[in-house]
Design a protein around this ligand. Structure first.
Ligand code: XMP
Length: 509
């Protein structure tokens, strides 16, 4: 892929956000760690340096050699990047006397500068640094200031090198997207060619080249990623794609049947395997969350492997891996926490000896949805909330029984259908119900009850890494709670989880 943008990552929490903003401009970009600058830079038309938790003055700070980049490719240095360029090129970076965090406004913008085209004075920007640039590097020209930060933006005379101390990628920098557009399109001349259509055409073509007449097996989960991967592969290789959709008995109410139907309607060559009993058996008596995950993971591999062996001469295993799973992360505080061990990335048992094909490995989640829409996949399927691989098993605290699964499925269905009816479903990132291992006293009619408590959880988030509980209308909660207690036998109390992540997590286990 030509016409690329290279983002050099110095470990900022916002690096992926820069990439997403660039992609929103229909421009392809890749994130590479600062210590692994690609040897061949010929396909990159612009380079962006990310921020970093380090101080340029620190001993551990990243100090990469940029001589292959500067003066050769247009460069935009953000935050740490801006300080790095200044510090080693005749400027001066010092600890700031005042806090430079949060909202600020560009009180002065130099006239006629292409980087600030269509950006008004007073534009709000987001600052997040403890060092500040006291003196610009040699040939530096100041482009913008805030009331507290004199050198909020500069360029270096005689080269296409720009630097800003604020973060254009965050939502609070109101003209951040315009600034990135100015840099990438007007200054660097990058074309806006990265569209869902272009991706679909290119990927189908690549998949055909790669796979030829070989057979591919793919595990569908009902989620967006595996569905989009399957439809892409189906377009590329048709009946040579064999999909397996496993019912682990821990899905939502009626989900197995309805999703399997949808898959068949899409023309996918899919086999539904009801392995509920096998999963329940493997979970018997296990209460520990990680124990449940391990039991489910192992059973899934066994079931999948049995099914895959029914297909003669299969060569490839397709997976719905997406870009955040493959970005090599910079280790700032020990091993990165970005990829959680419990997330089912990889999962290929050695003995299957299949080659892996991952058609979505360059896409962010929002791009997967856009590609899905381009492929004509049903909106409802594309808009589904994320659902964990171990399903309801990690929403039933304590051990799992068929009866507990049934109760939780009923509660969950009332909650989720209610969200849809009240037009709240699309406003929520993820929602579900949790069955607590607690009985509490209640009264129904003249009788005293001693039954289960369920918790409802609804969160807003962008990627699941941080999340906040959703302020659902009281009327909705009231109605939902009534319906659950009236309709679901065995439940006499409903509570709403009002914890944010961190410090809580989204799932209770
Ligand atoms: P937590 O609970 O860690 O969840 O805040 C963040 C996101 O990850 C999902 N999740 C999982 N997904 N296997 C999965 O495929 C798992 O074991 C698992 N545990 C949590 C969770 O639903 C949320 O979207």
């Amino acid at each position: 892929m030509h016409n690329n943008v290279l983002i050099l990552d110095f470990g900022s929490q916002y690096t992926q956000l820069i990439a997403r903003r660039v992609r929103e401009l229909n421009i392809y970009c890749e994130i590479h760690p600062f210590n692994k600058i690609p040897q061949d830079l010929s396909s990159f038309k612009a380079v962006i340096l990310s921020g970093s938790p380090f101080s340029v003055r620190g001993e551990q700070a990243p100090h990469p050699d940029l001589s292959g980049i500067r003066k050769k490719v247009p460069l935009l240095a953000v935050c740490y990047g801006a300080q790095y360029l200044a510090h080693f090129n005749g400027g001066k970076v010092e600890a700031s006397e005042i806090r430079e965090y949060g909202r600020a406004n560009l009180s002065v913008i130099k006239d006629g500068e292409p980087l600030f085209r269509n950006i008004p004075e007073n534009s709000q920007v987001w600052m997040s640094h403890s060092d500040t640039i006291k003196e610009l590097p040699t040939n530096g020209i100041c482009l913008a200031s805030t009331s507290d930060v004199l050198n909020a933006a500069y360029r270096i005379e005689g080269e296409e090198t720009y630097a800003i101390q604020f973060h254009p990628e965050v939502y609070h920098s109101t003209d951040g997207k315009q600034l990135l557009e100015n840099f990438l399109i007007n200054i660097a001349g990058v074309e806006q060619e990265w569209t869902p259509e272009a991706f679909v055409d290119m990927t189908i073509n690549d998949l055909q080249q790669q796979i030829g007449d070989d057979k591919v097996v793919l595990g569908l989960s009902g989620g967006v990623d595996s569905t989009v991967a399957a439809v892409l592969l189906h377009k590329a290789i048709g009946k040579n794609l064999y999909c397996i959709f496993v019912n682990n008995g821990l899905l939502r109410k009626n989900e197995f049947e309805s999703v399997l139907d949808q898959y068949k309607h899409m023309g996918l060559n899919v086999r539904g395997v009801d392995a509920s009993a096998r999963f329940l058996e493997s979970l018997a008596g296990i209460s520990d969350p990680e124990g449940k995950r391990k039991a489910i993971g192992k059973t899934f591999i066994d079931v999948f492997d049995d099914e895959a062996h029914r297909i003669q001469d299969v060569t490839y295993l397709a997976q719905g891996t997406i870009y955040p799973d493959v970005i090599e992360s910079i280790s700032v505080n020990g091993p990165s926490a970005t990829i959680k061990s419990h997330h089912n990335v990889g999962g290929l048992p050695d003995y299957m000896k299949l080659k892996v094909v991952e058609p979505l490995r360059m896409l962010f989640k929002d791009e997967v949805r856009r590609v899905g829409a381009e492929l004509g996949i049903d909106k409802e399927l594309l808009g589904r909330h994320p659902f964990p691989g171990p399903g309801l098993a990690i929403r039933i605290l304590g051990d799992i029984t068929a009866e507990k699964v049934r109760v939780l499925q009923e509660v969950d269905a009332i909650f989720i259908n209610g969200l849809k009816e009240w037009m709240l479903y699309d406003k929520v990132w993820q929602a579900g119900a949790i069955l607590l291992p607690v009985n509490s006293v209640g009264v129904m009619g003249d009788e005293r009850t001693y039954e289960k408590v369920v918790a409802l959880r609804a969160v807003e988030s962008t990627d699941g890494m941080t999340a906040d509980w959703v302020n659902l209308p009281y009327d909705f909660l009231q109605k939902t709670s009534n319906t659950i207690i009236n309709r679901v036998k065995g439940v006499n109390r409903v509570v709403y989880d009002i914890s944010s992540k961190p410090p809580a997590t989204i799932e209770w286990e």
